[in-house]
Design a protein around this ligand. Structure first.
Ligand code: CDP
Length: 237
């Protein structure tokens, strides 16, 4: 809720820079896949399964210079209260593309000319922040599949509600304030080395506040990275 004096105060009692809980990560959840992972943040749960590298078909889609990363994001029809029509949509096509862009910079795809690495992301429970949860799960699943990577990718969203920046919006915050003047939601994906591989922004924000968004996202992605790393280490054990 908002008051002019205090700014926005979060309904669930979180601090403005606090991630949702629980955060859970697990690797190797789908035995038939070459790599797989689950990432949960609050009530949002993403599963990712990697298949490949394998020969790209049809042949005309092959790239002789490097392998292709092909991500498919899907929000299951039962993942939200109001059942979603199954099958691809404009939104899922956009998020699939964005996931590829967020992950490609860390993958050494030049080692796999003419091949494709398929990543299937399923959102089995959605409570906002699903694209970021999907990217976190996919990055772990790629590492678990043994695809050579230069770094890990972690992802989180920073929201602006009125003038206040808040980390990791839940569905209530996302939908309640979406149409508010000056409100926006900014998903950011960052490597452990601090390189931004993905940032989406529609709405208005000052340069100063955008820098603040990046700092908040970097700090949060550092925490997510530790959780991803721990899950991968557990799987090796
Ligand atoms: O999930 P994310 O925040 O990355 O993307 P969004 O398009 O901003 O969607 C925010 C949330 O709205 C989703 O996580 C779902 O909880 C919900 N949603 C829904 O209920 N039905 C849809 N067709 C799309 C989104």
């Amino acid at each position: 809720m908002t008051t002019k004096e205090k700014g926005y105060v979060r309904e669930d009692g979180r601090k403005n820079n606090e991630l949702r809980s629980p955060i859970k990560a697990e690797v190797g959840i789908i035995p038939n896949a070459d790599g797989s992972a689950m990432f949960q943040i609050g009530k949002t749960i993403a599963l990712a399964a990697v298949y490949g590298p394998k020969k790209m078909h049809p042949q005309h889609s092959q790239d002789p210079e490097k392998g292709t990363l092909r991500c498919t994001y899907n929000m299951n029809s039962f993942s939200v209260e109001e059942r979603i029509r199954p099958g691809p949509s404009r939104r899922s096509t956009e998020i699939s593309k964005i996931t590829e862009w967020a992950l490609e910079p860390v993958l050494m795809l030049d080692k796999f000319p003419n091949m494709v690495v398929d990543v299937h992301i399923n959102i089995i429970q959605a409570d906002a922040g699903t694209r970021c949860a999907g990217i976190n799960a996919a990055a772990m699943a790629l590492a678990h599949a043994g695809i050579p990577m230069k770094d890990m990718v972690s992802s989180i969203s920073v929201g602006k509600i009125d003038k206040t920046l808040v980390l990791d919006l839940d569905k209530y915050e996302d939908s309640e304030f979406k149409d508010g003047e000056g409100s926006t939601d900014i998903p950011v994906s960052i490597t452990h080395a601090g390189e931004i591989t993905h940032l989406q922004l529609d709405g208005k924000i000052s340069k100063e506040q955008l820098m603040e968004v990046i700092e908040m996202a970097k700090e949060a992605c550092g925490k997510i990275y530790e959780i991803q790393k721990k899950a991968l280490k557990e799987a090796i054990k």
